[in-house]
Design a binder for this molecule. Structure first.
Ligand code: ZN
Length: 332
């Protein structure tokens, strides 16, 4: 299955371009369309040695292990004006969704969040103000997560507690920071397999709307990427009404084609991580193993079959068997 998985991002890109790409994958707060594609988010100072793939593949949770024709739908940056309508629509089709909310969007939209829960969907944490966590102080990272946690916890006291970092910008320091607090219950960051970039054969919903693409054109591009990857976590943004309409366009097609829809907490990498959420934190969280490992432990990643070594709390590429610095190796 791993060998069939299409790498999400080119290996050669450095972290700087990772953040440029990620920034446009999940646009901040108000004026999403206007801000789309301006590339204003840049890499944090000093973080230029890691490739995108190293950042994404072993630390962040993805859906490449799902069976063929299986998807998990996720919606970010809400609750929006039509989130309740979307929650109803998905439920009518027996499709579970996950809504990664920004706490700052809640005023006036409590009913939307209640509807998400009432229809059996999952509420999850996308932080309070959609700031890039890698640029914040430890205290502010904690506040961004814990403020939205208060909303999630009130609605969904038993969990599961999942987090997706704004812009996909996440690293070991953030994880370590949160794991030293009551936010340790959170599992993440949850990345995505489909919906991250607008190209000739794929789309990112917010970028479609910013560039004036029609709902059917954007939906067809989502279908194209889904057909190519066959499985995965799908990223959309319920803050945009057009994304609700696009869901209504593509979902009947997917159901007719035999696609199945699973809860996000049933995605294998997330299921493993949730099972170990309360365990002591070591050097690096491994998506493959579903737990943290100590410094210099090497893991062959399930998503891309490449080796990574935990160094200073971050994953770096490794030669695996030929890497003498590996104190322990976990092959697939
Ligand atoms: Zn977002």
């Amino acid at each position: 299955m791993c060998q069939n998985a299409v790498p999400m991002l080119p290996r050669s890109r450095v972290l700087a371009s990772f953040f440029a790409l990620s920034a446009v994958a999940c646009v901040a707060v108000s004026g999403c369309a206007a801000d789309a594609g301006d590339g204003s988010d840049e890499a944090p100072d000093g973080e230029t040695s890691s490739t995108e793939e190293e950042i994404v593949s072993e630390r962040q949770l993805m859906g490449s292990e799902l069976p063929a024709k299986t998807l998990a739908l996720t919606y970010d940056d809400g609750p929006g004006p039509r989130t309740g309508e979307l929650a109803d629509y998905l439920a009518q089709h027996g499709v579970p969704g996950t809504f990664f909310i920004n706490g700052m969007k809640l005023p006036g939209r409590q009913a939307m969040v209640d509807k998400v829960i009432g229809r059996g969907h999952l509420l999850a944490n996308h932080t309070q103000h959609h700031l890039q966590l890698t640029k914040l102080s430890s205290a502010n990272v904690l506040k961004e997560v814990s403020d939205t946690d208060a909303i999630v916890r009130a609605e969904q006291p038993g969990g599961p507690f999942l987090i997706r970092a704004p812009f996909g910008a996440w690293n070991g320091a953030i994880a370590k920071n949160l794991n030293a607090t009551s936010m340790k219950k959170y599992v993440g960051s949850v990345f995505w397999d489909i919906g991250g970039e607008l190209t000739a054969t794929s789309a990112a919903d917010w970028d479609c709307w910013g560039k004036g693409l029609s709902i059917t054109h954007c939906g067809d591009l989502y279908m194209s990427e889904i057909h190519a990857r066959k499985r995965g976590i799908v990223l959309m943004h319920d803050i945009h009404g057009k994304s609700v309409d696009m869901t209504k366009y593509i979902l009947p097609k997917l159901i007719a084609e035999g696609y199945k829809f699973v809860k996000l907490q049933d995605v294998p990498s997330i299921k493993r991580a949730l099972a170990s959420a309360g365990e002591p934190d070591q050097g690096c969280q491994s998506a493959t193993l579903g737990r943290s490992v100590a410094e210099n432990v090497c893991v062959e990643a399930r998503r891309d079959s490449k080796w990574y070594r935990c160094v200073d709390g971050e994953w770096i590429g490794s030669a695996g068997a030929a890497d003498a610095k590996c104190t322990q190796r976990f092959p697939l």
